[in-house]
Design a protein around this ligand. Sequence first.
Ligand code: 13P
Ligand code: SF4
Length: 331
Amino acid sequence: MLEEIKRLNALGLHRRCAEGDIARVAGLTLEINRLKKAKDAVICAHVYQTPDIILGVGDLAGDSYKLADDSRKTAAGSIVFCGVHFMAETAKILNPGKKVYVPSANAGCSLSEAVTGADVRRLKAEYPGLPVVTYINTSAEVKAESDCVVTSANAEKILRKLYLKHDRLIFLPDRFMGANLARTLGKTPGMDMILWHGTCIVHEKFSPELVGVYRRKYPGLAVLAHAECPEELIAAADFMGGTGDMLRYIENTNAAAYLLVTECGFGELAALRFPRKNFIAMCRLCPYMKSITLESVLALLKDPAPQEITVPAEIALRAKKAIEKMFELAG
Ligand code: 13P
Ligand code: SF4
């Protein structure tokens, strides 16, 4: 136990624990890591998870794109996905022979819930022949109706390539992300890019006025905003991208401070990864991501069956094509 506490302290986790709490965390991480090995499981952790999960028990960590890519390369027999349901579903589609689990029944996503396969079929009938580009934050059923999946890490690059061949396309389900990308590419949202009405309940609420307040308070501030934020917020920011892009931006720049306009937990991870840099996190938590805890990971490892992810074979096959198109175009 003492060794485990030392390991967690070396990762900086004591800095986010209340006095004495590190022993409770160490008890959980020890047991999870023991069971994980015994059951030949790998733990994938999205960067919005808490640092005790990402650093304490995570084997693969990163943004949606990296986790999807890493999941195809793991040799482990099963995957425990500490992230939201669509991420685990993507891992299952890419690894049909493996068992994939999510340690929470509440790990949905407002974007994923905003659109159904039937909605996409109606859109395709309304705009025949337009390619359907779908954000990874969607169900397998929606991906199965799509031509190409994208994540925040590669959407700009893939759309740029697709616009070489097409004048117009459909982008779904995030209307803010779609509009932000369309403007970046010199396209008109609603015209060159047909949009759906989905939004992220975390990013839609960030206020550009607050960015102004922070800029006045912290001279030399770099404002990094996730592409799911509304257009006015992006206009007030210095950088737009996904969480992986933000980490690279932080690593390669030397701002006096960084305002992270994204899920609040990301600020905790950034502070642990870059202890000499200053961060201000606009605090909004994703309730879906935060429904996963060390306790729920342990409970899952003890009794995984009820939380196994399944995707009907016919849907998985068609969704896989759209995901593989992403890997091809993301290069
Ligand atoms: P990233 O792929 O940028 O980590 O985004 C995932 C997500 O759900 C953002 O809200
Ligand atoms: Fe979905 Fe928003 Fe949560 Fe990301 S932060 S998982 S887009 S609800």
